[in-house]
Design a protein around this ligand. Sequence first.
Ligand SMILES: Nc1ncnc2c1ncn2[C@@H]1O[C@H](COP(=O)(O)OP(=O)(O)OP(=O)(O)O)[C@@H](O)[C@H]1O
Ligand SMILES: [Zn+2]
Ligand SMILES: [Zn+2]
Length: 796
Amino acid sequence: MQVAKVIVDVPSRQTNKPFSYLIPDNLSSAILVGMRVQVPFGHRKITGFVIEVTDHVDFDGKLKPIDSVIDLTPVISPELMSLAIKMSETTYAFLISCLQTMLPGGMKASMTKKIVATSPQVIADNEELFHGQSEVQLASNTNPQTTSQVLSLIKQELVTVDYDLKRSASAVELLGVQAAMSVEQLTSELTTVRANATGQQQLLKKLIGHPETNFVQADLVKEGISASTVKTAVNRGWAQATKIHQNRDPFMQPVKPSQPLELNKDQQVAVDKVTDAIKANLNECFLLEGVTGSGKTEVYLQIMDLALKQGKAALMLVPEITLTPQIVNRVRSRFGNQVAMLHSAMSNGERYDEWQRINRGEAKVVVGVRSAIFAPINNLGVIIVDEEHDASYKQTDNPRYQTRDVAKFRAEYNHCPVVLGSATPSLESRARAQKGVYQLLRLPHRINDQVLPKVDVVDMREAMKHSSSLLAQALQTKISEKLTRHEQVILMLNRRGYASFLMCRSCGYVPQCPNCDISLTVHKGSHSLKCHYCGHEEPIPEACPQCQSKKIRSFGYGSEQLEEQVHKLFPSAKTLRMDVDTTRKKGAHERIINAFANKEADILLGTQMIAKGLDFPDVTLVGVLNADSALQFPDFRSSERTFELLTQVAGRAGRADKTGEVVIQTYNPNHYAIQLSQRQDYEAFYQKEMGIRRIGKYPPFYYTIKITGNSKNERTVLSQMLSLTNYLKGQLSNQAILLGPTPKMITRINNHYYYQTIIKYRFEDQLKPALDKILTESQKLKDVQLSIDNEPLDFI
Ligand SMILES: Nc1ncnc2c1ncn2[C@@H]1O[C@H](COP(=O)(O)OP(=O)(O)OP(=O)(O)O)[C@@H](O)[C@H]1O
Ligand SMILES: [Zn+2]
Ligand SMILES: [Zn+2]
C-alpha cells in the first residue's frame, strides 16, 4: 500500500503538517513528490502538494484515497521542496504559502491542461484518448484511469503537457515593403518615371539605397510616400508588400549582440575569484563592493558566461525598479536566446512560458526580480544579486522572506557561489565580509578612471531666506548651463503628488483620510486629495470644510509640482516625469527610460524610481531636492537609506566621458549621512554607522523580530499584544530586549489599528518555540490578525 503525504491548501497552524492519503492502485507509480493533487478534506475537495510518497503508514484510522492528480509532472523540484520547508520555519509562514509562492502566478489548480502527441503513431495507438486529434484538453477532475494512461505516456515521452494560459498579444503586425528587383533594374526603372511623380522617385531611390531593408509603410507615409505610391510600386514589380512583426513588449525588442569587454585589473580579479569558485563547485559568498559606474554589470556578465561554459546555469536578480530594458538588453545582447526573464509586468501566460523554458533547461540564464529566486533552474552555477542592499529583496507579505537568504540556501544546495553586488552594501552584508564570512571584492574606481561626480550640498535653511523656490539658485544656474550645452539633467524629489497636504490659513484645518491616521496628499493632475495608504480619494475642496474660508492653501512639494516649477523656470526644456502616478500602465516605465535615453527630453524628474541602475552617458547633473525625506522617519535604518539613496542617485551623473556634478538640497547639511554621501565614502559611512548600531543594539549586532497585531478594535489588539509580550518576557533570557507593544507610526490604516512589539536578541533558543506557540494560539482569536516578521526592514 502506498501513501502520499500531502500539504493541503488550508492556511492554518493545524494544517501546517502533512496529511496522509492512500494512493489508488492505478496511480501507484505515477504520483511523485512535487505534484499537486486533489484530496477529500472534511466535506470538501481541496488541492494539496505531495511532499512525500512512502509505504509506511503511521496512521491508525482508515485512510481516504487521493481523488485526482492536478499536475502530470512535478511542479516543485526536490530542491525547492526542501527550500519551502526551510522557509516556512524561518519566516513563520505556512508551508502551503511557501509552496504556492514558488509557482508562477496563474498556475492555478483549476487551469486546463492539454497533452500533445509527439507522433501520429501515438494518436493512432491511443485513439480513445486523442480521437484522431493531435492534442486534447484534460479537465482538472479527469478520472484516475485516464490520468494513469496519460502519466504512463508522459513517462515514455510519447506526449508533452502544456497548460492553457492566456498570452497577451504582445506582437503587432505592420505592413511593410521591400525591393523586389536588383539595384540595376531599379536604377533603370527610375529613368522611366515621370518627373512630377515625386513620390515614386522618392520610393525608388529609397529601394535603391537600401535594397535589403524591410520598410514600415506607415513610416514611409510620414516621409510623404503615400500608400497608393507603394501600391503602384508593387504593381509595377519594383517592390513586394511584406508583413513586419513588431514586439510591443519593450523587453523583447531585438538587440545587437555584444562581445565581452576587456576587463580592468580590479574587474579581472573579481571575475577570477568567482569563476574559480564556480569551477571548484565551492559554495562561497562574495560581496562585490564597487562604486557607481565601476563596471559591476560587466563583471556579472563574464561570471555568468563562465558558468555557461562549465555547462551550468546562471541566475541574476535585480530590484524591481532597475529591471529595465537597459539592464535586460545588456544580458540579452551577450547571451541571446538563452536568456529567460521573469518580471511583474508580464502576463501570467508569458511568465509561465518563461518558467517552462527554464524548467526544460532551454534558458540557461535567468534575469528577474525577487520572485525569480524560485525559478525552476537545474544545475545552478552561480547566483548574482545586484544592488543587494535594495529593500525590494525583502517580501513584506507572507512569506516574509529575504531573497539574499534564499539565494544562499539555493547556492548551498547547488554547491555554487553567490555574488552580492552593490555600491552601498547593506550593513549586514558588509559586516559579514568584515568577519570573513563573505569574501570582499572591491572595485574602488570608475571605468577609465572617470572621477566620481563632484557633490555640492546646499543648505536650504539659508537658501530659503532669499527665495521660496523649490530649486535653489545654485541648482538653477547649473541646470541652465547644462541645457545650453545640450547635456541631460536628473532631478529627484522623493515625494509624489503635487503638495504634501492642504491647510486652511484661517482655522488651521488639514483634510485627513477618513480611514487612516494621515493627512491627504494633493494631486493637481486628478484634481483630488489622495491617501497614499488606503487609496481613498476625494475632490479638492474650494473652501474650508470647517470654517468656509477660501484661504485654503497647499504646503510642501511633490514631483507634480516640481515639474510645474521646472516648466516655469526653463520653458524651452523638455521634461519627463517618472513616479508611481506616471508609470501605472504596463510598459510606461520603460517608455520613459527609452525616451530619455534617446534624448527626447532634457530633464528626467521623479521620485526614487530614478535613483538606481540607470546608465545615461549624457547626464552630467543630478539634483536632489529633498535629501532629508528619509531622515525624517524615526527608524534606525533612516541614515543608511539616506546615504544609499543619495550615493546611488549621485552615481547617475558623469558615467561616460563627461564629468558629472551633483547638487544636494538639505535642511540637515551637518548630518553624517549627508556629509559622507557628499564624499561618496561608503567605507567611512560603514564605520560610523556600525558604531551607532553597536551602541543602540541594532542589527547587525542584534537579530530582530517584529510582531504586529491589527484589529478593528483598538482595545482588543492592545490587550492581545500586551499579553503575548508578557508571555515572551517569561520565555526569553534577560539578554533579550523587548520593545512594546507600541502603536505603529500610523496607528490606523483602513480602519484597522496596528500595534507592534520588537524583539532584539543574540542567542535565544526558546524564541522560536515561543513564537510558534503564539502563532498557534492566535489562530483562535477571531478579531486580531497577527504577523511575525523575522529581520524586518524597519521598526515603524
Ligand atoms: N572593462 C570595461 N571597459 C570599458 N567599458 C566598460 C568596462 N566595464 C564596464 N564598462 C562600461 O562602463 C559603464 C558603467 O558600467 P556598469 O553600468 O556596469 O557599472 P555599475 O558598476 O554596474 O554601475 P551602477 O552600480 O552605478 O549601476 C557601462 O557603460 C559599461 O559598458
Ligand atoms: Zn478653515
Ligand atoms: Zn487612507
